[in-house]
Design a binder for this molecule. Structure first.
Ligand code: 3HC
Ligand code: NAI
Length: 694
């Protein structure tokens, strides 16, 4: 049963019981109506309490039902709320832990609301690309005022129930036993004559509602960019302010129905579920026991090691930081301190917290200090020989059961594991730079990595607020393996007729945070050069445009050398098209006998994005990633892929794999077409009329 019904001396208690978060799916909605009707029929009942079992009052509408017949099947949430509000017997919503979205809207339909402190109150629909669709845009402004409500609706951010005490939302904030307090409150109001108050009947008081709404619209328009929902939230609130509750409600409904079908909403929901799905590994059961991680050690205090250490420290986990030389250690610690100081300056961290965090770091030059570590993350130079030295040493000193992780970005984790006699304890933890900021963590599963090691690392990733995605072992893992194909296409297009600024502009218009050339200038063109040099040896037949090598031969490594694909003025980050580089590109086309042609923006976007998709499909075929949404999470959290498109694989589904296949075949027939080897699964799925996500 999704809803329980009990009676307690004149009070009926309707308890939502639909784990994990009491989502308001069809059976829960029907259960609430049944409960209200039963209470109304029973003459012994004077009042009704509506509450939630487990870890939430309610997390809102059941998102999995969206765009399915169940979502619109009666009783819809709007109907449920109407019935609750219309009950002659007073309904008291008793809120603990979470009241979000439809959950809060349901509570707003009750006659009274009491809450426990610390409950998270939100209308987070906008984060799913929709707006509150069951009266939230109409009732919340009436409950807490126009400005506070609009802030909550447009941001979707949760607010602590304590902060809302006195806002008009709650009749009482209850410190002690919420269930007892709810019964007492219900008995009190049950003894009072009706009618009982309805939020919909309250007025929205604001000295200059129109002015405020216009101000909000301007501010939101500036940041909403690719997402239509935030402005629709404002329109819906405005409709209620101008035309009254019923018209506002009807308009809100109209907007909800339109928004839920947009690709932007689909993308955001995909990301919501994708993030949660990423933490589940098909052959690692959810109840796999985890190892306890109380102390972490990080080896190497360079660019990555320092950032990695900060992640653990930020989560309150002490870290021992090992370096080879005192100077390197000092330098690493100074960088960490500098990062924290910058946070203090920005007001994001209290000065006392800075010292507390630094105190959690134990610097050392001795491997002996690593003996107690439950997890050791290696972030030393990217050379197999150096990794070998480190892992052989770790095998000697690490305590039994300690997890040994490598942050390598290009080396074979199985080979690294083989340097130890405990390959089952070895795993890749591939952080992205800057490691204390970037959300993505690729967890690289070696062929012998134990299941409990994976389960432990996935759990730990949540603790340090990373989005962890499991990747099998292959060159570049998921993210870098795909980006290589994207870069290859970008370079071919320079050779065929485009210039860096055009390529960047086209893909940035598509929504990428930064195009490949601006990105490469930021990261350093020498990094890709080093990888290509290795490739030329390992796979001499692989066809690459040599234009990037030419650039590197002139020492133009990017921002750090004052020039790369673009020119940079010292102290600035603005990329200015470079006549010198553009001429170099044109000359190169001539040298390789390529007649330059005008390449349209559509072709640029297709070739870049479908290169990702094609490689992503192969990664799935090989089982390197276990599901398409994992690949999307890698790209959304680590590579600046536009969120409103949901990641490369969802985007391919949106375009349709039939169309993706046709485009790839077309590009394969063009000059440089040998870079396109169509993934078999694209053709198979297209023929079956399916997509990567079903
Ligand atoms: N519908 C369906 N499933 C939901 C859900 C929802 N509204 N909210 C959470 N879940 C699922 C998650 O997918 C996850 O499933 P899994 O265990 O199979 O992976 C499970 O519940 C637990 O979720 P979390 O891991 O996120 O648990 P937390 O305890 O960390 O967080 C939460 C709980 C704060 C409720 C968080 O899940 C959350 O923010 N949920 C989304 C809330 C939301 O957006 N509500 C609005 C829905 S739209 C709506 O109400 C429309 C209405 O206006 C008409
Ligand atoms: P870095 O050169 O900034 O830092 C490496 C540090 O390791 C140096 O401080 C060095 O003194 C120390 N070190 C070297 N050998 C050591 C040893 N035997 N014992 C203890 N310390 C030792 O390098 P960076 O960029 O931090 O890279 C580290 C690792 O992270 C590499 O494997 C790299 O591939 C990987 N990585 C790097 C990313 C980046 O963007 N820089 C991104 C993701 C992974």
């Amino acid at each position: 049963m999704a809803v329980d019904y009990t009676t307690h001396d004149g009070v009926a208690v309707i308890t939502l019981n639909n784990p994990p978060v009491n989502g308001l799916g069809l059976s829960t909605r029907a259960g609430i109506v049944e409960g209200i009707e039963r209470a109304e029929r029973d003459p012994a009942i004077r009042a009704i309490v509506l509450t939630g079992a487990g870890k939430a009052f309610s997390g809102g509408a059941d998102i999995t039902e969206f765009n399915t017949p169940k979502a619109t099947q009666e009783p819809t949430l709007a109907t449920v709320i109407k019935i609750v509000e219309g009950s002659a017997k007073p309904v008291v919503a008793a809120i603990h832990s979470v009241a979000m979205g439809g959950g809060l809207e349901l509570a707003l339909g009750a006659h009274y609301r009491i809450a426990a402190p610390g409950a998270q109150i939100a209308l987070p629909e906008v984060k799913l690309g929709i707006l509150p669709g069951a009266g939230g845009t109409q009732r919340l402004p009436r409950a807490i005022g126009l400005e506070a409500a609009l802030n909550m609706i447009v941001s979707g951010a949760p607010v602590d129930s304590q902060k809302l005490a006195g806002s008009g939302l709650f009749d009482e904030l209850v410190e002690g036993d919420l269930a007892e307090a709810a019964l007492a409150f219900a008995r009190k109001v049950g003894a009072q004559a009706g009618p009982h108050p309805k939020v919909r009947e309250r007025k929205i008081d604001h000295p200059n509602a129109e002015g405020f709404i216009q101000f909000a619209r301007n501010s939101v328009a500036a940041v909403a960019k690719h997402f239509p929902a935030p402005l629709k939230c404002i329109d819906a609130v405005e409709a209620g302010v101008k035309h009254g509750f019923d018209k506002g409600l009807a308009f809100e409904r109209e907007c909800f129905v339109a928004l839920v079908q947009t690709p932007e909403s689909r993308a955001l929901r995909h990301a919501f579920f994708g993030e949660r799905a990423a933490s589940k590994i098909p052959d690692v059961p959810a109840d796999t026991p985890v190892r306890e991680i109380r102390r972490v050690a990080v080896i190497g205090a360079g660019t990555m090691g320092g950032g990695i250490a900060m992640n653990f420290v930020n989560a309150g986990i002490p870290v021992t930081l090992l370096e080879m030389k005192q100077e390197a250690l000092q330098r690493g610690l100074a960088t960490i301190r500098g990062n924290y100081e910058a946070s203090v300056k920005k007001g994001k961290l209290k000065a006392e917290a800075l010292e507390a965090r630094m105190a959690l770091i134990t610097p050392t030059l001795s491997y002996d200090a690593l003996k107690d570590a439950d997890l050791i993350v290696e972030a030393v130079f990217e050379e197999l020989g150096v990794k070998e030295q480190v892992f052989r040493r770790l095998d000697e000193i690490a305590k039994p059961g300690a997890i040994l992780a490598s942050n390598t970005s290009t080396l074979d984790v199985n080979r690294i594991a083989a340097f130890t006699k405990r390959a089952q304890d070895v795993v890749g933890m591939h952080f992205f730079s800057p490691a204390n900021v970037m959300k993505l963590l690729e967890v690289v599963r070696g062929k012998e990595t134990a299941k409990d090691v994976l389960a432990t690392v996935m759990k730990l990733a949540k603790q340090i607020r990373k989005t962890a995605v499991v990747s099998g072992v292959c060159d570049g893992f998921i993210g870098n393996r795909m980006i290589e194909q994207y870069i290859r296409q970008a370079l071919f297009m320079l050779e065929e007729g485009a210039l860096p600024a055009q390529v960047d502009r086209a893909i940035e218009k598509f929504g990428f945070a930064m195009g490949p050339f601006r990105m490469s200038d930021l990261a350093g063109n020498d990094i890709g050069w080093a990888i290509r040099k290795r490739r030329y040896q390992e796979q001499p037949d692989l066809h690459y445009s040599k234009i990037a090598d030419r650039l590197c031969e002139t020492g133009r490594f990017g921002q750090k050398t004052g020039g790369g694909w673009y020119d940079y003025v010292a102290g600035e980050r603005t990329a200015r098209p470079s006549t010198l580089v553009d001429d170099m590109i044109v000359a190169y086309s001539k040298e390789v006998n390529t007649e330059r042609r005008k390449i349209g923006d559509d072709e640029i976007v297709e070739r870049l994005v479908f290169a990702l998709v094609n490689e992503g499909a192969k990664i799935l075929e090989e089982g390197i990633a276990s599901k398409a949404s994992d690949i999307d999470m890698v790209y959304l959290t680590g590579y600046g892929f536009p969120l409103h498109r949901g990641g490369p694989m969802l985007y391919a589904d949106t375009v349709g794999l039939y169309n993706v296949e046709r485009a790839i075949r077309r590009y394969a027939a063009q000059p440089n077409g040998d870079a396109w080897q169509l993934a078999a699964s694209i053709a198979e799925l297209a023929a079956a009329g399916r997509g990567f996500n079903g």
